[in-house]
Each structure stands twice: as C-alpha cells, then as structure tokens.
Design a protein. Structure first.
Length: 293
C-alpha cells in the first residue's frame, strides 16, 4: 500500500497520474475528493482531511508500506509550524503503524555551510530529521529551485516583458522541473527494496542564470524578455503584501540569499540524479502557450 499526501499538488498530482496506471494499491489523503475524476476515485482509496491532522494520518497510514510526504507551502504560520509541527502527527503515525518506507520532498542544503541559516530550506531539513527519527527507511528527494517558480511570473512577463528576483542575473543556478521530481518519486515508491536513510538530489540537466532563462524564454516565445534584479527588501515586502507571516517572508529571503551564495550548487550531478527536462523544453511546454497567446 502506497499512501500519497498532497495528491493535488504540482508534484503529487503527477505521482498519482503515474501510479494509477500501475497495479500498486494506492491511498490518497486529500481535503476534497471531488478534485479527482471518477476514474481515479474508483481506482484508489481516499481519506478526506488534512495530512497535518493526527486522526487523518493515523487512519491513512494504517497498513501502509510506503508514504509519499509533502508538506503544504508555508504561508501564515511560522516556518516551524509549517514544516516541523505540521509533520509531527505523521511521525507519530509512522511509528504507530510501522511504515517501512517514507519518501519526503525537501530542499538541497543538508550538510552544507548554509544548513542552519537558509530559512525554508532549514525548516524542511528539520522536518526530515523528525521523520527520520521514526526509524523508517527514508529518502529525501532534495531539489534546487523549480522551473515552475519562474513560470509563476508569466502574467508579469506578458504585461511587462520582464520577470524579477533578488538573485543577481548572471549567477548560475540549478533548476528542476516538478515532472522530474515526480518521476524520481515514482521510481522510489514503486521499489520496495531500498533501505537506510539518505538524501537523494534531483537536479536539472543544466545550470542557468536568470539572464540565461530570459534569453531562452525570448527565443522560445518570440517575445523579448529580460530579468530584473530587485533588492531583498523588495522581495520580502512582496511576500508580506500577499499575506504571509513575517517568519515566512524572512524565511524566503534567507533561502534565496543561500541560493545566491551557492547552496544549490554543492550537490554533484550524476547520470542517476539528473532529470531529463531542460528549461527550453519546459518553456516550450508551459510558457510558450501562455506568452504567445
């Protein structure tokens, strides 16, 4: 039995799409089951509720062999509440039901100089520590920034021919597509043989600066695009203006500072941990239809 939390998220939904085509027994923990079509609802077992709720995960993890764990994005809570406190009931249920394997979506940064001062990254590592203390076999699928983070500014790109961020434009960074994260998750969830507790980076096939991204977006969409660096103060205020807590806003500042300083560039890319989706392919699939319209 594979249990999938956050099954309507960008990563979780792709994991569900792949696993429903297999013979694996699946159980989804979701707030609203109507978000799935009848074909999925008839194929899987569904438990409605929040996977931060102790009674929900207690029922959800009963008889589970593997759990796909993804904490919702932080917003109005503190980072500790969003990652560590939210995952506490799951850790209790993992112990109670002797879940054999846990797969967590997390961020790169463990055992680096930034581990304890990288905001949301630090909180996600502390969440993983809590889950590892259960004694279950554990894999932390660790990603750098998502390509989808750039795509979130599609409306601004269309309006102004620009996108914005606090990291300098020529800084080479790693980016991963959520589809590659999901593919890696499916491989682990479908394999009952792995043991131990490890981090498993999932990296994109190329390192790019935001200036590089702007050039690729321009070529793919035919719409001139450029990247504009903003101050960290402006970056933080954008989060506060959208209603986040002070903890979350500062946590994203600290995370992006760590990225600017190189936290994502420490993990070594190999043939086994590198996804297949290039940023150009991502733009052709997702950004061109939006920006060319």
């Amino acid at each position: 039995m594979i249990v999938i939390t956050a099954p309507t998220s960008q990563i979780g939904s792709k994991v569900v799409d792949a696993l429903v085509k297999t013979d694996e027994p699946l159980r989804l923990i979701v707030r609203d089951a109507t978000r799935f079509g009848s074909a999925v609802r008839e194929r899987v077992e569904i438990i409605e509720g929040s996977h931060g709720d102790a009674s929900v995960v207690d029922r959800g993890f009963e008889g589970a062999d593997a759990v796909f764990w993804l904490a919702p994005p932080p917003w109005k809570q503190t980072l500790k509440q969003a990652y560590v406190d939210f995952s506490g009931p799951a850790a209790t249920a993992i112990r109670r039901h002797n879940v054999a394997r846990v797969l967590s979506i997390t961020a790169l940064g463990r055992r680096t100089a930034w581990q304890d001062r990288a905001g949301a990254v630090t909180a996600s590592i502390e969440m993983d520590n809590l889950l590892m203390e259960t004694g279950a076999a554990f894999r932390a699928l660790a990603m750098p920034s998502f390509m989808e983070n750039t795509a979130r500014q599609a409306a601004v790109m269309k309006d102004k021919g620009m996108f914005f961020g606090p990291i300098r434009g020529d800084q080479k960074l790693r980016f991963t597509a959520t589809s590659d994260m999901a593919a890696a998750a499916v491989r682990f969830l479908s394999d009952p043989s792995w043991t131990g507790q490890k981090e498993a980076p999932v990296l994109g096939p190329e390192d790019l600066s935001f200036d590089d991204q702007a050039a690729i977006i321009s070529e793919v969409t035919g719409r001139p695009m450029r990247y504009q660096q903003i101050s960290y103060e402006q970056f933080k205020q954008q989060f506060l203006d959208r209603g986040t807590s002070e903890s979350v806003a500062q946590g994203y500042v600290d995370m992006y500072r760590a990225k600017d300083e190189g936290i994502d560039n420490v993990a070594e890319g190999t043939s086994k941990n590198t996804g297949s989706t290039s940023f150009r392919a991502f733009c052709e699939r997702y950004l061109r239809p939006i920006l060319a319209a």
